[in-house]
Design a protein around this ligand. Sequence first.
Ligand SMILES: Nc1nc2c(ncn2[C@@H]2O[C@H](COP(=O)(O)OP(=O)(O)OP(=O)(O)O)[C@@H](O)[C@H]2O)c(=O)[nH]1
Ligand SMILES: [Mg+2]
Ligand SMILES: [Mg+2]
Length: 531
Amino acid sequence: MANSKYEYVKSFEEEDEVMLPNLIVVRIEGLNFRRFSDVHKFEKPNDEKALNLMNTCAAAILEEYPDIVFSYGFRDEYSFVLKKKSAFYKRRASKILSVVVSLFSSVYVTKWKDYFPQMELRFPPSFQSRIITCASMEVLQAYLTWRQTDCHVQNQCNTCLWMLIKCGKSEREAQEVLKGTGKQEKNELLFQQFGINYKKLPPMFRQGSCVLRRAKRFKLEVEDIDKYKDGETLVKSPGRNVILVHSGNIASRSFWSQHSCLLKELGSFEEDINKVKPEYVKSFEFERKLLPSTWIVVRIDGRHFHGFSEEHEFEKPNDGQALNLMNSCAVAVMEEFKDVVFSYGVSDEFSFVLKRDSQFHDRHASGIVSAIVSFFSSMYVMKWKGFFSQKGLKNPPPSFDGRAVCYPSKEILRDYLAWRQVDCHINNQYNTCFWMLVKSGKSKSEAQDYLKGTRAQEKSELLVQQFGIDYQTLPAMFRQGSSVFWGEEDPTESYSDGPDGKSWKKVVVEHCNIIEQSFWEAHPNILDEEH
Ligand SMILES: Nc1nc2c(ncn2[C@@H]2O[C@H](COP(=O)(O)OP(=O)(O)OP(=O)(O)O)[C@@H](O)[C@H]2O)c(=O)[nH]1
Ligand SMILES: [Mg+2]
Ligand SMILES: [Mg+2]
């Protein structure tokens, strides 16, 4: 399809394929979870229900993405390991980290009430995610050991801390008591002061949780079984194809060899390790930064929304409510992330423009993309009922992929937005014709053939002549997409706080031509770098 002079903006997109033979791990972590767990009154130091909710989300990820063969999590983090030869999203880092965090977030919201029936979700949970590349099985082993050691250290420390707080110390005093104490001393403190034998605490708290694929010939009646195999605890089966296991050393040869799918899809470890090389840890913490002083655009796009819209019976070719739901989530993104200065949405996608000098997540691509995608996904599920009161959300809940691209000048940024709006126009005109033909009795392939090679002008005429539709009179939202931005001051209305202390403004949604100069002249503040 001919697609305008603006298409050159695609050349600013960077390749981010994780090359073979690197193994791909995605780690997600709760954003602002301290506040989230306070507001939702999680038990300290471990809330069993919250941990099981995390495990359920991990299980949903394994059920939905067959390339993920192993996952390990504790507290508010989870790591997902893709099989060795995975071609998931062509091994593109940004796509992979975003669809994982997106689905995790939307499942978290969907399943919330199963674990917290008495507690309303007060605000959307958000997670950030990143890719860790492991050049060999040895590096993967080091990564898993590092995470499980962290689980242990954090849990022991938090157990002491909260016991001290529960018996009257302030958080600061408790931290003072624990300063400089080793593993052994902490165990003794727990035993002597509180009669707690650390080793007897639930395995899920001490060891974290693994969700992995069920072996094909898995014969046990899992729900009834507590203990199986050496020192591992199989709690229950959180999904049809996956099992939940707790184990003291997930990066040991023996654990690996007990789970044939790990050996098959990932390979084996040469020997057991008990120390992680510092240079490996450094590599696990590495993150790519986006170029300074460039406009960052994060574009998100619904995953398999063709199927999702069919399943939820969206109106064709445009469902006003579905689009309004997308817009409402974009408004929430702008209110939450004050560095986002403009958003443009069409169909199942939204582009978020961050101001040129934004320091959001230190300009780390994965932090920025995942924070926005995760927040948007949680919001979408939370707001669903408000837009589709008669329709339940089916399983699996929706997810979005995302990527960040830098544009070096305002002109190129505007060409990017023009590219999206031209795309909106082309697709909408085509889809309007296509569905009118189908509704008038043609089969889908007949309609496709009929429209093949037709130009804009011919499509316009077809609509007028055959269906009496003047394309220009169709709703502006369908033809122009939706532009979301901080509106100008209007003292007659009530407003929420604007970006960077500029109060008395509110986010508005308009459907207008953003290709023409006039829009930007009328709204000089949007891309004003003095923000
Ligand atoms: N009926 C209906 N369908 C919509 C609407 N908005 C989006 N869609 C569907 O969502 C699809 C979005 O296109 P894509 O993003 O290219 O396709 P996708 O199925 O989401 O696939 P991926 O993005 O590659 O995962 C469209 O082809 C439509 O089928 C709507 O308002 N009504
Ligand atoms: Mg899509
Ligand atoms: Mg799309």
